[in-house]
Design a protein around this ligand. Sequence first.
Ligand code: FES
Length: 356
Amino acid sequence: MSLLSIFKKEKHKPKIQIKPISVECEIESNKTILQSLLDQGIQFPHNCRVGSCTTCASKLIEGKVKELTDKAFVLSEEQLKENYILVCQSIPKSEFLVIENQKLQQKEEKIPAKIIEKKLLTHDIIELTILLEEPVFYKAGQYINFIFDWLDRPRSYSMANRPNSKGTKQLKFFIRHVPKGKFTEWLFNLKDIEIEFYVSQPEGNFYLRNSTKPMILIAGGSGLSPIYSILEDIIFNQDLEINKKQILRDVVLLFGVRTQKDLYKIEELENFKNYWKGKFEIIPVLSEEKDSDWKGKTGFVHEILDQLPNISNSQLYMCGPPIMIDKCIEVAQKHGLSSNEIYFDKFTDSSHIIKV
Ligand code: FES
């Protein structure tokens, strides 16, 4: 055995100290910090695992990391100044790190909920309605965690209906069936709908920012949920002063699905045009439609985004799979759109989790 291989074998793994709980452990140098912690059974706050939800955002007090995605899109200015990192997107780059996440000390608030309706929207998307025991307050675009004691982790879904300023007890979601996904397999086969479970308080930083700029909205599949909630909120919550201005903005909605049979809520979206005061355009984009009577757009949403005028002067809101969002960010930045005007919610199932 060469001296070099002995040396390599003896190289120590990086260590991490987690505050405010007193945990100190070794982590792998070729995995995200989150993955290393979860592998050791440490229940660190997380959700999407793709750098979108910010649940894992923690203050880096000591040490260095390599970041896999650009956190500037999702963290606030204050968090960036305070050296926050996304633990699910950070690989250790020094021998010793100290991070702090105040959520580790907070007790999760659980609200009793019950499924009250399940409606098929397409062959693999349902509209699920749940009723909460107490009202929640949320911004259109945010999500909530579904907590079932038989699931290893909560499942996050964005509300599709608009919030009520006095609090909302009835929430709707567009949920796609994930083949072999433990939760959605169960949900889609569910016969008795009066199932009781818990939800978290609403969370997330995907919501509409006050602006007069045109909006480009991009939804992939069931990613229409938060976008639908945002539009419904603007149109039907006109008692809110802010919405009186938002409804004047020009809107283009790119709705990406595979084939015509995956489209849903198109009639309702078309109906939104009757209320909207700016321009309102809906462009369904089909990525796998072949040899059919379809006269609309085909291809991927980022290709259609590339053809839109005035991108650099717009605000971009996107919800869908990580690959769709990453491609659209590339296109938007190529057109000169500032990252301050790009907002997204990447939704994930286990197939989207980054392996490094
Ligand atoms: S778990 Fe890290 S950003 Fe969502």
